[in-house]
Write a protein that binds this ligand. Structure first.
Ligand SMILES: [Zn+2]
Ligand SMILES: [Zn+2]
Length: 334
């Protein structure tokens, strides 16, 4: 089978590998679509991965072969799956915080991923879908489940005045989720015009370009002089994290769900005197992955505006070398 590996900084190859055999408790999936994620691009730029490991972790596919001790599955079932394989027995897993598992395995990082014609999964981490489920959109279950985890860490209410900083895949799936929850006032900070257009399609109440307008005045007008009580930071830069912490109104919350690789300087004088709660959200739990898949499969959330390209495997190197600024989610079709 063909599989994608990263052999060094800026080097990607399609290699030939044997089709893996599912062990007991495992299922072999024939991949239909695999998304290119920001973390795959980061791995490509830095080359930090083992060159033998197949990359990729956002996928949908069809069951090809079932290992021993997997009741309830059939060849041909459409599936997606959680890329975070938790151990199920550590203190995090047994307290339903499996996103923080101490023995975690990550497909596409510690274990072979899904940017290949076939991939093997523990049956417990797969989600069975209906035959009509939109397999292209279901590739976005992973980012939607990350957004769902962040929303689950704060109680959102329809009356909330919300700001999302950054309309990449996570920011946009979060916007779609908040609209599905009936929240009217969701303002977006985004500078890229194509991303702004997708945010408009998904129902953002306003999109501000913080570099061009006076965001304070705009936010005040948009919220009836109240400000925002909840800020979700999805851009992952020190400046945007600082922005998130300073934008929330007194008594509000800043939820940080992006991954920022640099240290961030914060002004705790204003954070403490304004009682701003900083809440971190990392990854997703298995239950949240299942819930996110159901939202898409049942047609409750339409993430099709995020799919900005579907390419054959032969074009994968080009997509990594020249990721277009306008693309949100490029899918590789197998
Ligand atoms: Zn991802
Ligand atoms: Zn665990």
């Amino acid at each position: 089978m063909k599989a994608v590996v990263i052999t060094g900084p800026g080097n990607l190859e399609i290699v030939e590998k044997p089709v893996p055999k599912p062990a007991a408790g495992e299922i072999l999936v024939k991949i239909k679509y695999c998304g290119i994620c920001g973390s795959d691009l980061h791995a490509f730029e830095t080359g930090f991965l083992d060159p033998a490991t197949t990359i990729g972790h956002e996928f949908s596919g069809i069951i090809e072969e079932i290992g021993k001790d997997c009741a309830g599955w059939s060849k041909g079932d459409p599936v997606t799956g959680n890329n975070i394989i938790s151990c199920g027995s550590c203190s995090a897993c047994t307290s339903s915080r499996d996103n923080l598992c101490r023995e975690v395995r990550r497909l596409g990082i510690t274990d072979h991923g899904t940017m290949a014609e076939y991939a093997v999964f523990p049956a417990k981490d797969l989600v069975k879908l209906s035959k009509q489920a939109p397999l292209e959109q279901l590739v976005l279950t992973e980012p939607l489940s990350v957004a769902l985890h962040a929303v689950n860490k704060v109680n959102v209410n329809p009356s909330d005045r919300i700001l999302i900083i950054g309309a990449g895949t996570i920011g946009l799936t979060l916007l779609a989720l908040l609209k599905q929850r009936g929240i009217k006032n969701v303002i977006i900070f985004e500078t890229n015009p194509e991303r702004q257009a997708i945010a408009t399609k998904l129902g953002a109440s306003a999109i501000l370009n913080p570099g061009q307008k006076n965001p304070d005045r705009e936010i005040s007008t948009l919220t009836g002089n109240q400000g925002v009580n909840l800020v979700f930071e999805c851009a992952g830069l020190p400046e945007t994290i600082q922005e998130a912490c300073s934008r929330a109104e007194a008594g509000g919350k800043a939820v940080i769900l992006s991954i920022c690789y640099q240290p961030v300087e914060l002004n705790f004088l204003s954070l403490v005197t304004q009682e701003i709660d900083i809440i971190s959200a990392f990854g997703k739990r298995g239950s949240e992955f299942r819930a996110a898949a159901k939202l898409i499969a049942d047609g409750l959330i339409d993430l099709s505006p995020l799919i900005t390209g579907v390419i054959p495997l032969e074009e994968v190197a080009e997509a990594f070398h020249h990721p277009s600024g306008s693309s949100i989610k490029t899918l590789i079709q197998f």
